[in-house]
Design a protein around this ligand. Structure first.
Ligand code: PLP
Length: 423
């Protein structure tokens, strides 16, 4: 019997005892190919010697120092590196322990920004349906995954919603991509006007949707239009790159491919690549200046923020990615993997769409290809696929369809950036 409250309370998962490169081995001696990087986390694979060495060295020097008393070199170097690698004036960093914490941080930082600017009436966010921003209450509130939200709905702040940018499902057959994009932007503008621009803190979205709709990239020009509306009506733009950032889509930040600069960027997963729990928020200068010139401090904080070993691990991960030219590998391998998937499943009666960007790749499953009918969610097809893949020694990340039946089950592939063609 296990004393852990596992994800399922009916079944204890296999015990991972060793992990190296693209494989994880369990205590029964079975080896699994990690084709999903866990959940798009392990961008360098497992057991990378340079990351481990950096962590050991940091543990030997200072394993922990509370940020109310000290800063540490690892966190300073990581922040400096993230700032210098980020475009524009995204040059301040808040380091936390994961994606949800980072999203909470961004929501609070955005709210405090408006308080400092003398606009306390700004209390609302606009976010999209079919989005996921984390499981803590603030992050869950802005997220649009109904299945995850429903039990806790009475505890969540009210958020205004617009449609996701989800061309496969939501573009009408007689609509061009440009017309579809324009319609989404009109909807957002209408929602801004309905909410009242003066009441809004920010628009929140994943640049490339990850865990809710399965690797859905935006249509061309969508985020440029979003940025234009945010500027026109004076709200902040928060982009959640917990899953799609830190190289996963072939550029360090996925938004670089959209030609926009968000005010706040939320990071996690690939930042520490699984070697340590770490997340971050990147903030543009005007956000931090407003707080510095106002109250002088961000009213927030966590015991483990700016953790030295987590920062050392993340710094080592980012150095290896840059030195080994892995962003280029992500683009090349991602294109080959999508091509191979199309060859294998392109005509499969139950694979409706194969999509993604870089090494964030989704397969959307359908009961009927022609009319894109999802499978009945009661079948829990995604769970069955995961089980079957595990039985065959393969890790893929499955997602169920929405409870409103708007889209079906998905399989997400997000292998480490070091994946070879053969693997
Ligand atoms: N935002 C996105 C886009 C995510 O995919 C996730 C996790 O899957 C989160 C936020 C939450 O991150 P974490 O699970 O590290 O709290």
């Amino acid at each position: 019997m296990s004393h852990i409250i596992h994800r399922s309370l009916r079944r204890v998962p296999p015990v991972a005892v060793r992990a190296a490169g693209l494989t994880v081995t369990d205590n029964a001696g079975r080896t699994y190919l990690d084709a999903s990087g866990g959940a798009a986390v392990s961008s360098l694979g497992h057991g990378h010697p340079e990351v481990l060495a950096a962590m050991h060295a940091q543990i030997d020097r200072t394993a922990y120092a509370h940020t109310a008393f000290f800063t540490c070199e690892a966190a300073e170097h990581l922040a400096a590196r993230l700032a210098s690698d980020a475009p524009g004036d995204l040059d301040h960093v808040y380091l936390v322990s994961g994606g949800s914490e980072a999203m909470e941080t961004a929501l609070k930082l955005a709210r405090q920004y408006w308080l400092e600017r003398g606009q306390p009436q700004r209390q609302r966010f606009i976010a999209r349906r079919q989005s996921y921003h984390g499981n803590t209450l603030g992050a869950l509130a802005v997220g649009g995954n109904e299945w995850r939200r429903r039990p806790f709905a009475p505890l969540l702040i009210d958020v205004d919603r617009v449609s996701p940018c989800y061309e496969y499902r939501e573009r009408a057959p007689d609509q061009s991509t440009d017309d579809y994009t324009a319609a989404l932007l009109r909807e957002l503008e209408q929602q801004i006007l309905t909410s009242g621009p003066q009441n809004l803190i920010a628009f929140v979205a994943e640049t490339v949707v990850g865990a809710t709709a399965g690797a859905v990239p935006p249509t061309p020009g969508y985020f440029r239009g979003v940025r234009r509306l945010c500027d026109q009506y004076g709200l902040l733009l928060i982009l959640d790159e917990v899953m799609c950032g830190m190289g996963r889509c072939g550029t360090l930040y996925a938004f670089e491919q959209e030609g926009v600069l968000p005010d706040l960027v939320v990071l996690g997963k690939g930042l520490g690549a699984g070697y340590q729990p770490i997340g971050a928020v990147l903030a543009r200068r005007h956000i931090v200046d407003a707080l510095r010139d106002g109250s002088g401090a961000f009213q927030h904080g966590h015991t483990y923020m700016g953790h030295p070993v987590a920062a050392a691990a993340a710094l080592a991960v980012q150095k290896v990615i840059q030195r080994d030219g892995l962003l280029g590998a992500v683009t090349t391998r991602g294109a080959s993997l999508r091509r191979m998937l199309r060859e294998a499943f392109g005509q499969h009666p139950h694979v409706g769409d194969i999509r993604g960007r870089g090494l964030l790749i989704g397969l959307e499953l359908v009961a009927e290809r022609d009319n894109k009918t999802p499978f009945d969610p009661a079948l829990a097809l995604h769970a069955a696929i995961k089980e079957e893949a595990m039985a065959r020694g393969l890790m893929v990340y499955p997602m169920g369809g929405t409870i409103d039946g708007r889209h079906g089950d998905h399989v997400l592939l997000a292998p480490p950036f070091i994946v070879t063609e053969a693997e």
